[in-house]
Structure formats: C-alpha cells, structure tokens
Design a binder for this molecule. Structure first.
Ligand SMILES: CC(C)(COP(=O)(O)OP(=O)(O)OC[C@H]1O[C@@H](n2cnc3c(N)ncnc32)[C@H](O)[C@@H]1OP(=O)(O)O)[C@@H](O)C(=O)NCCC(=O)NCCS
Length: 162
C-alpha cells in the first residue's frame, strides 16, 4: 500500500535513507529537509511524500515528488528509497506506478527523474529503464568531474486526453 507520509514515519524513513548506503551526508540532510518541509508546512505544495507499506503495515520505502516549477503537467520524482532487505520485491515499482496513476488523474503528462552516472547507481538506472523511463538529457561532469547528471522521462497518456 502507498499512502501519504505521517509524522510518526519520520524515523523509519530516515533509517531507510541511511541504510541504503547510497547517499552522502549532504544528500541525507537534503532528504531530511524535504521531509520536514512536508511534515511541518501543511500548506506548501512543492514537495509531497508518500510511503510504501508491506503486508504487516511496516514502512519499507518512500518517495518524494512535486510539480516541476514552470512546466505544465510535469512532475519531478525528487527522491526515493526502499529498505535494502526488501529491494527487488516490487515496492519501488509500486511507488512509481502510484504516482503515474495520480499524475494521470490530475491530467498531467510527464514525470522526470534525475540520477547520477556513478557505477553505484547502475541498479537504480536499470530500475528506471525497466519502468519505461528513457534518458532524455545528460549533463557531463555535473555532480563532480566524471559524474554526469542523467534525466529520465516518461510521457503519460492522460485519462482526460484518452
Ligand atoms: C531504486 C530502488 C528505489 C528500486 O526499488 P525496488 O523496490 O528495489 O525495485 P522493484 O523491486 O520495484 O523493481 C522494479 C523493477 O526494476 C527492475 N529492477 C530492480 N532491481 C533490478 C536489478 N538489480 N537489475 C535489473 N533490474 C532491476 C526490475 O525489472 C523490476 O521489475 P519486476 O518488479 O518486474 O522484477 C531501490 O533499489 C533503492 O532504494 N535503491 C537505493 C536508493 C536509490 O538509488 N534511490 C534512487 C535515487 S534517489
């Protein structure tokens, strides 16, 4: 099940972010800031966070997303992570599919995800490709020399346009 994040999920989500071993201290701080904006500023619309629960109601993953500034019908997935012990079991796919369904409901048309070209993100890149996201842009040496920023995109058929 995918549902909006609640204040009581905060530590579970941060534990997952840390446990992936993928993120630097600054990246973890950035993830934490998004969590606190979402939980602490109910009126804001820039960042939304959802969690994935397993059959026992435990939080096993999360995703943050929001409308892409100045673009019509476009949404960014800013961050996502699934607990290392349960990766590869479909939780990530469920989170992304959930957002695709919502974006279609809202008449949106495009979802964007950025990631790094570092070898440690190989599995993450394959994950996006397997969900039919395609590389549409790459900025060489963006994060640091030898570390490109890759943008993946998926254009959706909105329900309203069908
Ligand atoms: C990337 C991540 C969120 C994916 O979540 P997940 O729950 O492990 O992924 P899923 O089990 O839903 O995989 C969905 C599909 O991706 C593909 N996939 C997943 N892992 C794969 C792998 N190691 N090799 C090839 N394809 C893979 C599969 O095709 C899978 O399809 P299936 O469900 O038909 O088997 C998760 O692995 C993660 O938290 N990684 C570390 C943090 C990270 O990189 N976050 C993203 C950057 S912000």
């Amino acid at each position: 099940m995918v549902r909006p994040m609640k204040p009581e999920d905060r530590e579970a989500v941060l534990d997952i972010v840390r446990a992936t071993g993928m993120f630097t201290a600054i990246e973890i701080q950035c993830a934490e800031e998004q969590i606190d904006i979402f939980l602490g500023q109910p009126g804001q619309q820039d960042y939304s966070l959802v969690v994935a629960e397993n059959d026992k109601g435990q939080v096993v993953g999360y995703m943050s997303y929001g409308p892409t500034p100045l673009a019509e019908g476009a949404y960014d997935i800013y961050w996502m992570a699934v607990a290392p012990g349960v990766q590869g079991r479909g939780h990530g796919r469920k989170l992304v599919s959930w957002l695709e369904d919502r974006v279609k409901d809202w008449g949106g048309r495009l979802i964007l995800i950025e990631t790094s070209s570092q070898p440690k993100y190989e599995r993450t890149r394959r994950f996006y490709l397997s969900l039919e996201y395609r590389e549409v842009a790459r900025i060489p040496d963006f994060y640091k020399p030898g570390d490109d920023r890759i943008t993946y995109a998926k254009y959706l058929e909105s329900k309203e346009r069908n």
